[in-house]
Every structure is written in structure tokens, then in C-alpha cells.
Design a binder for this molecule. Structure first.
Ligand SMILES: Cc1ncc(COP(=O)(O)O)c(C=O)c1O
Length: 391
């Protein structure tokens, strides 16, 4: 198919040309002074995106799944009890990772269509005084629901819990505001392939003082994911292994782009585009899976297909007819919803094009959507939010 394919999955996201060009260079000496200077410059800038001044940053050559493991093995020991919530596919996988590492998981089932209720967090913590960590996914990529991390921390305070707060920001960081220090998060983790507009392959963590102290005192048996030697070697810009050198050059370019746009503007752009996508879904007469508008994700939208239509069919037609990739329904919502990714390097016209493709795919599948209805609703939403922004 001529022209560019539309990659509108909720990550990996499209990589800006500037980032691609930054990685298109000779392999550097990862023990040389130029590379060390690059690394020393990256760490505080990644910390800024996490919203931390007091936290330390570690970057592993791994994916988000590896970053989950790193967050757990450094801070917790087998047998430790952790509180998790079954609020989506990725939250369930995070729970399973904890269980696989020998942690005792208290997996509380909650409504997948809404954020984790803070009162439930408080109740469970009151019931189990020995909970050592609370795991929460800031933005659940399988459902398009954003959790209120500050409210989770407040619930922990209300219960008198001194557990660590570990937050997965894989599909929120660099797209949705995250305030590590203010929300008193102890460990936050992400991957390179979403808001950071990079290829998959980096797992990035912010580590607060309490988590650092926990890792000095104990933790689980660990080797590659032990963050202590990384922190030590990073002081001089080195790593205790061969880092993903070219991706780190890409990270420099991506951070420069985020700071040039301004983080607040990046977050506003994501919010505007997300509202436009939800307006389109409503115009098609389809439900947005997230049932709480205030908690609707800024980075992806789960759209529920009519009862008789397997959502995988929407993906098939979008791909085969229009060269567009959308996100599949995962876990218990498999077949029931498709996900439109709207994060990273993305602008209004790309969103309009995406919605046009979804609309045509739905039409081909016999869903009674008026041609142009979603696109028109999205355009209106974009124009209105532009007018509001202009005062
Ligand atoms: C919220 C969330 N957490 C964790 C992961 C796992 O990350 P990875 O696939 O990079 O291992 C994903 C992947 O999409 C995710 O969306």
C-alpha cells in the first residue's frame, strides 16, 4: 500500500524522524568520555520527566516487563506480602510477576471500567498490617483507565501503612503528568516505546529514598536487575554491562523534543487528542470502555464493539483495507473492545486520519455509523478545546 502505514496501537508508538536520525550514527565506545557525558546528562532529565528531584534514575536494557521485575527484586524479599489490584490485563501480569518472584500477592479484584477505589485500598491495608508494597498501574493500557496515584498514596496514609508505593507508568510517562515526589511514589517504572517515542528496549525506573534504603538493606536474590551497581557506575556515566548505546542517543533527542514542546504542553496535547477520540466514539454510538470520564486515559481509548461483532474483526479490516494497526482486546475484554492508541509523536491530523479509518472499517463491518460522524465530532472537540485554551 503506498503512503505510510498508520501505527495506532497504544505502543510501541511512531518514532519521530529526529529521534531516528539521532540513532543513525556509528556505534560509540560505551566506556569513552563522550558516551559518559551523554549518560550523565540523561539521568537528571529522565528524573525531570518522572517528576522527581530527590529520586535516582536507572535505565536497564529491557522492556516494561523487566522493569517490573527490577522494581520488585530490589525492594522486596520472597515471602513479603504485596497488595495488587486486578484492574486490567497489565495489572494482572504485574501481579503474576510478583507471585513468580515468590512474593505473597493480595490481588484484589476491582471493576475494570473504573479506577482503583481508594477506600478499598485503605480497607485492605487496614485488614493486612503486613503489606510491604502496593503495586498500581497508573494508566492501564488494556482498558484505557487512569488510576489516581495520589489518591492511592492518601489511602495508604489513612490506613497508617508504611508500605512502598510502586507505580507502573509504562503507558503514561511523558504523555500524562506524573509527580513522583509530590505523590510520594517509591518506585516508578516505564518502557521506552510509548510516550518516550523510542524503539522498545529500555526499562527506566525512578527510585525514591525509601526504596533505595530497602534495596541497600535487603531485597531478593538478584543479579542483572540489581540496581546498586548501576547506580554506582552511573556516577561516572558508565554501566556494569553493555548499555543500549544507540537507543540512549535516541533518548537524548526524545527528551530534547519533549522539553522544547514543554512537558505541560505535551500533557495538554494528549488530553485534547484523547477527548477528540472519545467524542468520535460517542458519535458512532459506541461505548468508551472507561466508565468514568474523569479517569479516561489520555493515551489510549478502548472502544466497545456491538455485541455481535468480535472486535478483532475491526482490527482485521483496518489493517487489511487501510494499512492501519489498532490495539486488540486483551485478557477478559478480548473480542469485546479495540483500542485506539493516541500517544507519543502524534498530531491532530493523524488523529483525524485514524478516526476516518476506524469509521470506514466499522462501516464495512455493517456497524451503522454515518460516514464522517466520528471525524466531525472529533473536529468539533478539537476546535472547542482550542477556543477554550485561547480563552
Ligand atoms: C501498563 C503496562 N505495563 C507493562 C507493560 C509491559 O511492558 P513490555 O511489553 O515493554 O514488557 C505494558 C506493555 O504494553 C503496559 O502497557
Amino acid at each position: 500500500m503506498p503512503g505510510r502505514d498508520f501505527l495506532q496501537i497504544p505502543g510501541p508508538t511512531n518514532i519521530p524522524d529526529r529521534v531516528l536520525r539521532a540513532m543513525d550514527r556509528p556505534i560509540p565506545d560505551h566506556r569513552g568520555p563522550e558516551f559518559a557525558a551523554l549518560v550523565r546528562g540523561l539521568l537528571p532529565d529522565v528524573a525531570r520527566v518522572f517528576g522527581t528531584v530527590q529520586g535516582r534514575v536507572v535505565i536497564f536494557p529491557t522492556s516494561g516487563t523487566g522493569a517490573w521485575e527490577a522494581s520488585l527484586v530490589n525492594t522486596l524479599a520472597p515471602g513479603d506480602r504485596v497488595l495488587t489490584f486486578e484492574h486490567g490485563h497489565f495489572a494482572s501480569l504485574f501481579t503474576r510477576t510478583a507471585a513468580n518472584l515468590g512474593l505473597r500477592t493480595e490481588g484484589v479484584p476491582v471493576d475494570w471500567r473504573r479506577p482503583v477505589p481508594p477506600d478499598v485500598v485503605e480497607q485492605v491495608l487496614r485488614r493486612h498490617g503486613d503489606i510491604r508494597a502496593v503495586l498500581v498501574v497508573h494508566n492501564e493500557t488494556s482498558t484505557g483507565v487512569r488510576n489516581d496515584v495520589a489518591a492511592v498514596r492518601a489511602a495508604m496514609d489513612a490506613a497508617g501503612s508504611d508500605a512502598l508505593l510502586i507505580a507502573d507508568t509504562v503507558s503514561s510517562l511523558a504523555s500524562t503528568e506524573f509527580r513522583f515526589d509530590e505523590w510520594r511514589v517509591d518506585v516508578a517504572l516505564t518502557g521506552s516505546q510509548k510516550g518516550l517515542m523510542l524503539p522498545p528496549g529500555l526499562g527506566l525506573l525512578a527510585i525514591g529514598p525509601r526504596a533505595l534504603a530497602a534495596s541497600e538493606r535487603g531485597g531478593s536474590p538478584r543479579s542483572f536487575f540489581d540496581w546498586r551497581p548501576v547506580l554506582r557506575d552511573n556516577e561516572t556515566g558508565l554501566f556494569p554491562y553493555t548499555p543500549a548505546t544507540l537507543t540512549l542517543y535516541g533518548l537524548r533527542a526524545a527528551l530534547d523534543m519533549l522539553f522544547e514542546e514543554g512537558l505541560a504542553s505535551v500533557y495538554r496535547r494528549h488530553r485534547r487528542l484523547a477527548r477528540a477520540v472519545r467524542a468520535a466514539a460517542r458519535a458512532w454510538g459506541l461505548d468508551v470502555y472507561c466508565a468514568d470520564e474523569d479517569a479516561a486515559s489520555d493515551t489510549l481509548t478502548g472502544v466497545v464493539t456491538p455485541e455481535r461483532l468480535d472486535s478483532a474483526e475491526v482490527l482485521r479490516v483496518a489493517h487489511d483495507r487501510f494499512g492501519m494497526s489498532l490495539g486488540v482486546g486483551l485478557g477478559k475484554v478480548k473480542g469485546k473492545l479495540f483500542r485506539i492508541g493516541h500517544l507519543g509523536s502524534l498530531n491532530e491530523l493523524e488523529v483525524i486520519g485514524t478516526l476516518g479509518g476506524v469509521e470506514m472499517a466499522l462501516g464495512e463491518l455493517g456497524v451503522p455509523v454515518a460516514p464522517g460522524s466520528g471525524v466531525a465530532a472529533a473536529e468539533r472537540a478539537l476546535t472547542e478545546s482550542e477556543a477554550v485554551a485561547a480563552g
